[in-house]
Structure formats: C-alpha cells, structure tokens
Design a protein around this ligand. Sequence first.
Ligand code: PMV
Length: 306
Amino acid sequence: MVKASASAKVILFGEHAVVYGEPAIAVPVSALRAEAEIIETDESFRIIALDLDNKVIDFDGEDPLAKVAQLTLSRIKQNPPKISLTVKSNIPIASGLGSGAAISTAIVRALLAYTDISLSQDEINQLIYEVEKIHHGTPSGIDNTVVVYEKPVYFVREQSIEMLNNAQALHFLIADTGQAALTKIAVGDVRKLYENDPQDIRPILNEIGKIAELAREAMQQGDIEKLGKLMQENHKLLQALTVSSPELDKLVDTANEAGALGAKLSGGGRGGNMIALVKKGTIENVKKELLDAGAVRVFETVVEKN
Ligand code: PMV
C-alpha cells in the first residue's frame, strides 16, 4: 500500500490581482489535508472518491480526478497500472482553501511513490498547474505553488518562486461563510469588469499589489499591527472588485469589532472563507463572535516564525 498527502492553503494578500501579474502572499494550512492511497487489484485502474459518496471514477474519463492520473502517467511515460486509488480530504471544497490543488497533488505524489519514479518539486508544480488550468481557466498558479512546496510564498506570476521569511509567529482564524463559491466565476467577473473599465480597475489591482509588497516587508520585520491594517485595506479593494459578499463583510466586521488586528476575505471570494489576524489573547473571543455571527466553522492556523 502507498499513501501520500498534500496540505490546504490560504491566501493572505493579493488574490485576484495576482492573475494580472501583481504579487500575492499565501501560506499552507498543514492541519487540513487531502490524502491518496493506492492498493493493487486485479482490475483496471480506478479512482474512488470517498468524499463524493464513494464515487468510482474510471481512468479513461473526463472526470478531473481521472485527468490528474492521465496527465501524471503520461508525464512519466507509464501505462495505467492495476490499482485502486482512494482519495479523501478534510479540506472544504469550493471555499478558497485550495482543495482542488491539494487533491491533485496527493494523487500525483501517490502515483510517483507507487511507480517509484521521482519528479522534482518544480516538475510536480508544473503538472498541478496544468490540472488547475482545467479547473479554473486562467489560474495564476499561486494555489499549486503553495500547496506543492508547503511553505509561505511571495508569488508573482511567471517569476521564480520566493519563499517568505516571517519574523514573528502569526495566528490566524479562518472562518467559513458556509457558502460554496466557484473561483472561476469570480475570476471571470473581475475579468469583465477590467475589460469594460480598465482605467478604473487597473489602479485597484496595482494598489492590491502594493499592499502585498508592504505585507512582505511587515512579515519580514514582524510588524503585526501593520499586517492587520494592510488586511483591512486589501479587503476594501476586494469589495471594490465586487468579490466580497454580505456574509463575508459581516464576518470581517465582526472579527475587527471583536479585537482582530485585521481581517479580509481569502481566495476567490463571493463566499468561502475569510481570515482574521489575531493576537493570542483575543483568539477565543474573536472565534466566539465569528460563530455567533453565522460562521459555520472557525479554525485556527499559525504561520510559524522562520
Ligand atoms: O479560491 P482560491 O483559493 O482557489 O483562490 C484563487 C485565487 C485567485 O487569485 C482569485 C485566482 C488565481 O488563480 O490566483
């Protein structure tokens, strides 16, 4: 039996603008993971998705999970072996936590371990990016990068990957609105907005990029107060891009009023999750207020000092 896994991720700064070449910051959420397990069988290759009612997926289909397996085996020039590959994940889907990239990465890693063929992290990252294109249309590549490397990254599209130094442990609460939202739709809507009115939208994207740059500096200097303020500003600019929602705004306001240093939506928006930067002493209070304000789930994640 062979097992592999990959972590969830959360975007701290720069979502949406990153699609247009601006920098963004994302960190892994290692407590939430997707797992893939392979056992040998006498039958042809199949995938079993435990979270989708044990759905059985044939190798030769159009299903996105089958596509991951097809792309991987074609990349390493192997025929489909007689195996059963079971996938499970505790990462909520369609909520901005990178569940798609994590599931794909776990499948690729399991297939590499099974065939005993190694690819570099860079090569795996490229492969997952191909899969992300099938899901998202025009992904920036930030999701696959942070998931594959499982390290905080400062990401600029089509540039070499910069791992981030973080001078102080950062405590975040991630709160789920409970509303699934497709990144592809939000990204497409921002594209329309941009094409209809580039003079107004370009400055918003540039401003988001500047915030991500300042946030990198603040992380390197351990300036937590500044990071919180930058999150507030980033959220306002995401509102201007129409990707927030009343539920996200409510949770962001609630977190700020309950003592968070800053809060913003995270990921594609329109639903999914928001994040709040909190000092250790306020965690319990902010968490309680978020749940009272309608969050369906709140969990804590720490970006360790490095
Ligand atoms: O919804 P998520 O977590 O997959 O985040 C997508 C981030 C965007 O910037 C909105 C899109 C992208 O491809 O970078």
